[in-house]
Design a protein around this ligand. Structure first.
Ligand code: 13P
Ligand code: SF4
Length: 364
């Protein structure tokens, strides 16, 4: 019988560069703890700087709750990657402070070349981005020149520039169905679990790059089943970057925003959640009467560097955010020639989302 790993590895052409990912992880240092007093002083300073710099804070659901609440209090946005791109694009502020990982800052820059894009750190990458180098990806595309190239937003600007479509997890399935209906075959990169999920759900002819998210890959179906025995009334919510066995037992599969929406819609009072635990701030904040339990990550092969919390998202701390705003440091630059090519598939995604009237609501 084929193992889960075999099932999830069918049709892959390349192995993700795990050594490179490990190097990035080894370079990360834990942020220093801060007193309540210091935290509040920093938050006040950031609020002031946002005004002075005509800046707005655009934060992902996986960032520190302090950063999410700051974005909420200052008229910024807390959301998934699609809405982050859209919000930044629509907002008048001259500076976007993007709290998340580097591809989110690059996306903002590509869509808004005239704006200044700052980030708390430029070192916050993503295992999917690291595991998909543009030169190797180009060769993969050339081998399959008859396919429409669809890349996940979690990629470098150089990889986006090679694509026909960029998608985020909230719109990936819709785009695949659209392409399948038109009879197009898909070359997908880099997340194999999301790619396989999209292939199974859409029926599209899709081959995928061999990349994975180090956070979601740790979730274990067996552990979730064991937990469900303890919480029999709980619904399981999973991000599609999780392995196939996890997605198959989930009650709902979706992007971070779709997970929040599902928790709001479903009548259950308890939820087992297979995504980064940064999202718990929003879940608990919006639904104080419901209980959220993190899906287990333990088991063979689990690495506690990534247990349900993205080590790169964790690099977004108040201190770095304040410093970047104060000094104008960590500005994102994208080669204009590359940006000219990368903006086409990105705008295609945003226009497609608009045409579908897809309501992807952030916490603006
Ligand atoms: P979302 O677009 O669902 O927020 O996902 C981004 C991400 O990096 C998930 O790991
Ligand atoms: Fe990348 Fe995974 Fe972190 Fe999301 S959680 S930014 S996919 S490493």
């Amino acid at each position: 019988m084929a193992s889960e790993a075999d099932l999830d590895n069918e049709d892959f052409s390349y192995a993700a560069d795990q050594v490179l990912v490990k190097q990035y992880l080894d370079d990360i240092h834990e942020p220093e703890a801060m007193s309540e007093e210091e935290k509040n002083a920093r938050k006040e300073a950031i609020k002031q700087l946002l005004k002075e710099e005509d800046a707005v804070l655009v934060a992902h659901y996986y960032t520190d709750p302090e950063i999410q609440s700051l974005a909420e209090e200052t008229g910024g946005c807390v959301s998934d990657s699609l809405e982050m791109a859209r919000f930044g694009n629509d907002h008048d502020a001259q500076t976007l402070m993007v709290a998340g990982v580097k591809f989110m800052g690059e996306t903002a820059k590509i869509l808004n070349p005239e704006k200044r894009i700052l980030m708390p750190t430029l070192e916050a990458t993503c295992s999917l981005d690291v595991g998909c180098p543009a030169d190797e990806f180009k060769a993969f595309c050339e081998e399959h020149a008859d396919r429409t190239v669809v890349v996940y937003a979690n990629t470098s600007a150089a990889v986006k520039a090679l694509s026909d479509w960029v998608v985020t997890s909230s719109i990936a399935l819709d785009v695949a169905e659209h392409l399948h209906d038109k009879g197009e075959k898909i070359l997908w990169a880099p997340d194999k679990h999301l790619g396989n999920y999209v292939r199974r759900e859409s029926g599209a002819d899709l081959i995928a790059w061999d990349g994975a998210c180090i956070v979601h890959e740790e979730f274990k179906a067996r552990g979730i089943e064991d937990l469900r025995a303890v919480y029999p009334e709980a619904a399981v919510l999973a991000h599609p970057e999780s392995p196939r066995a996890v997605l198959e037992i989930a009650d709902r599969v979706g992007s971070t925003t779709q997970i929040i929406n599902a928790a709001e819609e479903l009548p259950n009072k308890q939820f087992i959640v297979a995504t980064d635990q940064g999202i718990f701030y929003q879940l608990q904040h919006r639904m104080p009467d419901k209980e959220f339990i993190i899906a287990p990550t333990a088991g063979s092969g689990a690495s506690c560097r990534s247990c349900a919390h993205c080590p790169w998202m964790a690099m977004n701390v108040l201190e770095r955010l304040e410093q970047s705003l104060r000094e104008g440091s960590n500005e994102i630059h994208v080669d204009p020639e590359l940006a000219k090519r990368a903006v086409i598939p990105l705008e295609r995604m945003l226009n497609f989302a608009k045409s579908m009237k897809k309501t992807v609501i952030g916490n603006a």
